[in-house]
Write a protein of this length. Structure first.
Length: 626
């Protein structure tokens, strides 16, 4: 077995060198095959070694790569038990499940409460390549870690797409669907020992609305607290997204934050991290590239099994994988992503490392058009779509872990009312014909097209510099565009620069200079606001990467925000996916399973739809493998 893995590794390195150097055979204009026969055969060997691609993991299940059988076996892991409250039953848009409540982390349900002293794990070291953007870790990656285990939301979302209790244990909705009554658990405390109450919840919503969030998230809501553990919210009109908006609120302790005028200013980091969560922020060491959390043993969901969590930053995936093999770390984690498939063979060669994979509810990489550019109409975007060799990308970047990208943008997992749309098609002849018809012609004879008005056409493509696969993907797209007569300028930037260039929350849509942007999406971003990826598309949405202001799209987005009836919502979702299909404000380049390695001495990992295995339930239930 090991000799075969080494052979595969050699093949894999050969394939990656071809991909990175841009030397993969490029098919002729009439070809739609994608790769040369030699490269196709090479990839078949890789897929045979590391995955039986016919076995796809179901939601809330892990697919474990079996070293002995050389195939995937589905292993169902423990997930919080779902119990349904009699007060309300709703159909949730994100997964189509019906539930008003589920398991909370309450002491009666959590197995971690009865742990013996000798069952506790002293320290778990987690390696990551993600950057921590600012010292308070309020933004993105730093926030992704602290938000996942160092804070709690009022409700959780499980991998079936159902909201389940956390700090809220049950809720009711009035007949006119404007008044929501939320009942809080009564045994939660802040990490400093202060009781958690309804007053904290109302303060948090009002504080966020004033200080943090984009206008409209909490706007128009009125709150009342008839007792310490009940919050009543009243809306001026029904809002389908209210359960998501309110339920995903991270409560702030009023006794600390009520005196903080500027949340981005000089806030004491230890006080700013006080929460009701199972872990308390301990500190960070920039020189060592680490920051740590310690367990809150009086946590309302029970005593965490793992006492201390230490996160260690690595500059690249090579060094992180080596650290995992040397047992310098116990676990790998990156927000919304796994390791590249290229590392699978060498990790399979390690006796003490296991690998699991699970479905990605976001998009691994997409091409977002800046639709505010005058030339960038739907016909142009469709023409560009035919220039991209999706089979080649799938082979180079997923080794069989990827799904065929479709025109409707939304992946087929975790989204209610999903509608199947056609697969994206590679046909460079058609791309050239369409561009000719649109007036993009090579006037000066240099082999590249000018704009229909005869001026220079050299669109700017931006992408992140800290993701190696994105750099390689940018190179491949450059080749595809050249085959269609489009000369592009590429710019790789760090994440903080990309934020300032692309996020509508940071820059006005009309000031964005890029023509196209390569980026992944996460489940968090896909379901936020009106859901179904609209957050990334609309010009005035929080991300707004596609700078899209189409009237039909805006009407569908608004409809999804407010429409309650599920039959009407199904019509809206299907119409939105048809709109994505026809207009292509974004092109899904590829989407693949998340590949997660971990040290085999541990078991009991529990998936979170946003954070993967970095779930509080993981650290409440983790066990030392026998």
């Amino acid at each position: 077995m090991k000799s075969k893995i080494k052979i595969v590794s050699v093949f894999l390195i050969f394939l990656l060198v071809l991909g990175m150097s841009g030397c993969v055979d490029t098919p002729g204009e009439d070809s739609t095959d994608g790769m040369s026969e030699e490269v196709e055969n090479t990839n078949d060997k890789i897929i045979d070694e590391i995955q039986d691609n016919d076995k796809k993991p179901e939601p809330a299940k892990f697919s474990t790569i079996d070293k002995d059988e050389e195939e995937k076996t589905i292993v169902e892991e423990s997930e919080p038990v779902v119990t349904e409250a009699p007060s309300l039953k709703i159909t949730n848009r994100y997964g189509g499940g019906s539930s008003s409540s589920g398991s909370s982390r309450s002491s009666s349900d959590n197995t971690a409460n009865n742990i013996e002293v000798n069952q506790r794990i002293d320290t778990l070291i987690i390696g990551t390549t993600d950057n921590y953007v600012d010292k308070l870790m309020k933004f993105h990656y730093g926030n992704a870690v602290s938000e996942s285990i160092g804070t709690e939301k009022l409700l959780e979302l499980n991998r079936d797409g159902d909201y389940i209790p956390c700090l809220i244990e049950s809720w009711e909705i009035s007949e006119d669907e404007c008044t929501w009554t939320f009942h809080l658990i009564e045994n939660a405390k802040w990490n400093d020992g202060t009781p958690f109450t309804a007053e904290d919840v109302v303060f948090s919503c009002e504080y966020y609305n004033e200080k943090y969030t984009k206008p409209g998230r909490y706007e128009g809501a009125n709150y009342s607290t008839p007792d310490d553990y009940t919050v009543i919210t009243t809306l001026p009109e029904p809002r389908y997204d209210w359960l998501h908006t309110f339920g995903r609120t991270i409560p702030l302790p009023k006794h600390i934050w009520e005196d903080v005028e500027d949340p981005y200013g000089d806030v004491d980091i230890n006080q700013s991290k006080i929460s009701t969560a199972p872990y308390i922020f301990e500190g960070y060491d920039y020189d060592a590239g680490t920051f740590s959390f310690t367990s809150f043993d009086d946590y309302h969901g029970g005593t965490p099994v793992v006492k201390n969590l230490v996160f260690k930053k690595y500059n690249n995936m090579d060094s992180l994988v080596m650290a995992l093999q040397k047992e310098e770390i116990d676990l790998f984690w990156c927000y919304g992503a796994g390791i590249s498939f290229e590392y699978v063979p060498q990790l399979l060669d390690s006796d003490d490392i296991d690998i699991m994979s699970y479905e990605n509810n976001g998009i691994s990489n997409g091409l977002f058009f800046n639709c505010m550019k005058d030339y960038c109409n739907a016909n142009y975007r469709n023409a560009v779509s035919y220039a991209i060799n999706y089979d080649e990308i799938n082979t180079l970047f997923t080794a069989g872990y990827g799904a065929d990208p479709r025109r409707g943008f939304i992946p087929n997992n975790g989204y209610a009312h999903y509608k199947e749309t056609p697969e994206l098609e590679y046909n460079v002849t058609k791309a050239n014909e369409m561009l000719d018809e649109l007036g993009f012609i090579d006037i000066d004879g240099d082999g590249f097209r000018e704009l229909p008005d005869g001026s220079e056409f050299k669109p700017l493509v931006i992408a992140r510099s800290d993701k190696p696969e994105t750099s390689r993907l940018t190179e491949r797209l450059t080749v595809y565009f050249e085959d269609a007569g489009i000369e592009v300028e590429t710019q790789l930037v760090d994440f903080s620069t990309l934020l300032k260039m692309a996020w509508t929350s940071k820059i006005a849509p009309e000031d964005k200079v890029y023509d196209m942007m390569i980026s992944r999406t996460t489940y968090y971003g896909m379901v936020d606001y009106s859901g179904y990826g609209t957050n990334y598309i609309g010009a005035n949405d929080y991300c707004g990467w596609a700078c899209y202001n189409d009237t039909e799209f805006l009407e569908l987005e608004e409809g999804l925000k407010y429409t309650i009836d599920e039959g009407e919502r199904e019509v809206l979702v299907h119409s939105l996916m048809d709109h994505y299909d026809e207009n292509l404000p974004v092109i899904t380049l590829y989407n693949m399973d998340i590949i997660q390695p971990y040290h085999s001495k541990y078991s009991g990992f529990v998936l979170d739809p946003f954070w993967g295995i970095l779930s509080p339930h993981t650290f409440l239930n983790l066990e030392k493998a026998e």
